[in-house]
Design a protein around this ligand. Structure first.
Ligand SMILES: N[C@H](CCC[C@H](N)C(=O)O)C(=O)O
Length: 310
């Protein structure tokens, strides 16, 4: 019987973008990139597109300044161990964990992230999804996250952005949701190929720290579908910040930019793992609504991790 420390974890997902959740409320753990990679390994570990450590904001140096606004900090890592500024599906799953652990009630809450404080609303149950267009949920009510404002950096001196897969290239829109995205509108999602490797994005100078790449097709008025190759994780079944980036790019393409029209706009964004509903207001605020489900909880026997846990 191993005497190595055991690590409590939960498994959750938002539209099948899945995460290993590690409650570390007092911030005692030091999870190296190697440890995160091993935990996220789908064969030798628990498996996940990313790992979410739950830490009291006052106990984490990157969140301490937000502690008076948000008690809890989402320490998000991609499955390759890299740190990302923001994770939209992750925030919903994080909120669901807090609710399930009895650390918050359904309703409104604030969450500290590396992209700043994000406000979320946990509907009390699926029946409470009274707001028009709210996506339905799994076992509990949908969760809405105010994702902040998108920024759309203009092309730099090296010119327009292009995304290339094999011998096909498309122009792409640079959209930042706290994390970077290159959004390419295509005729058919199959044109993105197998996405086993990252699409080539040029000029590289546009994304000095790499980027998430979304491929988008139309499904109808204010209705799109996407695939995504995520920075640090590869192709995933969903990307919340990516769905927001896609919606913002589509609204500009469609002449529905709320800052220009003065009217809010809502798009349905279908991802391989489900459906997200994204709205943007004239003040630039982007809101995302979708499900978040905790599917399991257990203990990791750290003896196989091969690294200490700090
Ligand atoms: N791979 C992303 C972070 C996770 C984003 C995605 N899972 C989401 O739901 O927003 C990045 O490196 O920026």
């Amino acid at each position: 019987m191993s005497t190595a420390p055991r690590l409590a974890f939960l498994k959750g997902h938002g539209t099948e973008n899945d995460f290993v959740i590690v409650p570390d409320l007092d911030g005692r753990l030091e999870l190296s990139a190697a440890t995160v990679t091993r935990i996220c390994d789908r064969r030798a570990g628990i498996g996940g597109d990313g790992l979410i450590r739950v830490v009291r904001s006052s106990a984490h140096p990157e969140a301490r300044a937000m502690a008076d606004q948000a008690e809890w900090f989402m320490d998000y890592r991609n499955s390759d161990g890299s740190i990302a500024e923001m994770c939209g599906n992750g925030v919903r799953v994080f909120a669901r964990y807090l609710q399930r652990a009895g650390l918050v009630e359904a309703g409104d809450l604030a969450i500290a992230t590396r992209a700043g404080v994000r406000r979320a609303h946990i509907a009390k149950d699926a029946g409470d999804a009274a707001r028009p267009g709210e996506a339905t949920a799994g076992s509990d009510g949908p969760i809405t996250v105010v994702m902040g404002e998108a920024t759309l950096p203009e092309p730099g001196p090296d010119g327009e952005i292009t995304v290339t897969v094999g011998d096909r290239s498309w122009p792409a829109r640079n959209v930042n949701m706290g994390n970077p995205h290159a959004v390419a509108f295509v005729d058919d999602l199959a044109q993105a190929g197998d996405l086993l490797t990252a699409p080539a994005v040029r000029p590289a100078a546009a994304y000095p720290h790499g980027t998430n790449v979304e491929f988008v097709v139309d499904r109808g008025p204010r209705h799109v579908a996407m695939r995504v190759h995520e920075r640090g994780s590869g192709e995933t079944r969903s990307c919340g910040t990516g769905a927001c980036a896609v919606m913002v790019a589509a609204a500009r393409r469609d002449g529905a930019d709320p800052a220009v029209t003065g009217h809010p706009v809502t798009y349905t964004v279908d991802v391989p793992g489900g459906r997200l509903v994204i709205s943007e207001r004239p003040d630039g605020t982007v809101e995302m609504t979708g499900p978040a489900v905790i599917v399991a909880e257990g203990e990791i026997d750290s003896s196989w991790l091969g690294t200490d846990l700090g």
